[in-house]
Design a protein around this ligand. Sequence first.
Ligand code: DUC
Ligand code: ZN
Ligand code: ZN
Length: 473
Amino acid sequence: MNAPIDLVVRNARVATASDVFDADIGIAGGRIVALAQSLPKAEREIDAAGRVVTPGGVDAHCHLDQPMAPPVRMADDFDTGTRAAACGGTTTVIPFAAQEKGQSLRAAVEDYHRRAHGKAHVDYAFHLIVSDPTPHVLNEELPALIAQGYTSFKIYMTYDDLKLDDGQILDVLSVAREHGAMAMIHAENADCIEWLTKRLEAAGRTAPRFHAHARPMLVEREATHRAIALGQLVDVPILIVHVSGREAVEQIRWARGHGLQVFAETCPQYLFLTAADLGVDDSYQGARCVCSPPPRDKANQEVIWDGLSDGLFTLLSSDHAPFNYDAPEGKKPGGEEVAFRHIPNGIPGIETRLPLLYSEGVLSGRITLEKFVELTATNPAKAYGLHPRKGTIAIGADADLVIWEEREFVLRNDDLHHAVDYTPYAGMTLRAWPALTLAAGEVVWDGRAFHPRQGRGRFLACGRPTLRPPRRS
Ligand code: DUC
Ligand code: ZN
Ligand code: ZN
């Protein structure tokens, strides 16, 4: 017998990736069990009259409590990071269990479970970062971990402690092909970056803004093309993460036109920031916005917006990489204003991802509500084997829901729930914010207050990707 409905979200304007319709949502035991025009009264009722209700966001690219070389440390752990996620409407996060060179992948995963367990307020899965693809990792650990629900991994083409050479990338992609995993690729050419960085340093150009000069679009375009070629050689789908602008987009369109399965992710920083946010002259303030790839210019922002609406992008993630600005473990390592090469890369964005896209994408008419849901919830869940439990509003799905309130306000860092001392989006006028976030039927954010329950978040073993091949556009 079906469990009785214990909660009804009434009069919802339900948005999924394919439809927007009016319904009551019936919830039992943390799952959606009914969608109907008029459900009987339940013990608990939430009135969503006049409000859009979307699936809880799935942030498929964020970094939480990821081990860093001392003195650098991430500001958010699974407690504060998932708190911020929930308050911004995200109910599933997929951060990274990162292998250090010389470390077994299994040890990295076990360590990461210890960091997450009992702390997370929303559900979580793990991607792997493969930085040392030894024969044991390739032949034993990766296949076993994929079978156990770690079905995606990130490959870096840059960063000395993480990058793989082309032969290693081919080896890892072969494992993805054989076992049906999803390979995410950080595409920037490490040698070009190093060459440019040394020349900038020799010229005394070490202020934060030169980070963008050391990583021009060309280095991303070349690596994107190479990643596509390596994927083609192995004959495996790949997903290019944090695409920043036109030249990389062109490579992806080219690949799609040739029938290659290349998926693409972008992030809010490439819609809302430009290289000018890295500062002027020798000011250190711009360290706040140092991330890789760096933000580009207004024209590139437009290219990214177009890619969101026309199907080029598969998903939009935050790439939340939380470092305090004014801190010796953050953007000022050891308390110093350091040369750009030593500034920890990354910006916070786990809480602002959905409100930014809802405000400037949906309410400005750049994307439809259905596209918003597809990019922020449904496709991330499909890409990493969590759909249909996550990423949609359907019978049987987890009752992860966001009720939206459309109101104008100026964003301040004090409004946010991360443990970072800044947001790059402070001062922006937003036009929407979650009035309520439900995670498995529990209120985690009521529009004013966060409702903590550490350990509420469950580990999710991922299945294989279920994305359809991209259009040949
Ligand atoms: N770039 C990454 O690749 N990861 C974390 C943050 C960043 O800027
Ligand atoms: Zn990356
Ligand atoms: Zn990242």
